[in-house]
Ligand binder design. Structure first.
Ligand SMILES: O=C(O)C(=O)C[C@H](O)[C@H](O)COP(=O)(O)O
Length: 209
């Protein structure tokens, strides 16, 4: 069920976590990120514009893998699939969400923040999980500790990742990629500073080594 997601995550390095307020910003923003070398884009379902933004990017930017974030409910899954998302990300997981995900081909990267949550997701077949909120939930020491007993799970830590700590996370054997919003800061998007977004994306893309 996550088969199609694995190669996408493995080449992602840094996944920008995007909040789009205006649909008209979606394409130039996504283009700026792809130009900088980041091609796996998570558009959070936190704004009215999010689904239309996903549709635009999916339709016009074939070089990008666009997915939805902040997927909380079965309805969010349905709307993500309809918009053309190639993957979905949730900050945590509920049985209802996982049941709905079982009924769609679009892969889910579900969130966990401690060993019991990781184990529950593993029981449901999720070998790739988001570790959220990464810094607040114990960061690198927590991931190293989890990696002992639960070494077959690979994580995409998100929440508090920055240019300062991203490469340390990416250096862990149980980290497949990291998520972060620093290269799509609201101020940069509001100013339509696509050049700076490309510059930050390029810097981020070099972190994956
Ligand atoms: O909306 C979601 O589903 C989330 O998971 C939250 C995001 O992961 C964080 O907003 C990104 O964290 P920062 O890079 O610290 O801004």
């Amino acid at each position: 069920m996550q088969q199609t997601l694995v190669p996408v995550l493995e080449q992602a390095g840094v996944v920008p976590v995007i909040v789009v307020d205006k649909v008209s910003d979606a394409l130039p923003l996504a283009q700026a990120l792809v130009e900088g070398g980041l091609n796996v884009l998570e558009v959070t379902l936190r704004t009215e514009a999010a689904l239309a933004a996903v549709e635009e990017i999916a339709k016009h930017l074939p070089d990008a893998y666009v997915g939805t974030g902040t997927v909380l409910t079965a309805e969010d899954i349905r709307r993500s699939v309809d918009a053309g998302a190639t993957f979905m990300v949730s900050p945590g997981a509920t049985e209802a969400l996982l049941d709905a995900a079982d009924n769609t081909k679009v892969p889910l990267l579900p969130g966990a923040s401690n060993p019991s949550e990781v184990m529950r997701l593993l029981e449901r077949g999720y070998h790739y999980q988001k570790f959220f909120p990464a810094e607040a939930a114990g960061g690198i020491p927590m991931l190293k500790s989890i990696g002992g007993p639960l070494g077959k799970v690979k994580f995409c830590p998100t929440g508090g990742i920055s240019p300062k700590n991203a490469s340390d996370y990416l250096g862990l054997s149980n980290v497949v990629c990291v998520g972060g919003s620093w290269m799509v800061a609201p101020k940069l998007v509001a100013e339509k500073n696509w050049a700076e977004i490309t510059r930050l994306a390029r810097e981020a893309s070099l972190l994956k080594g």
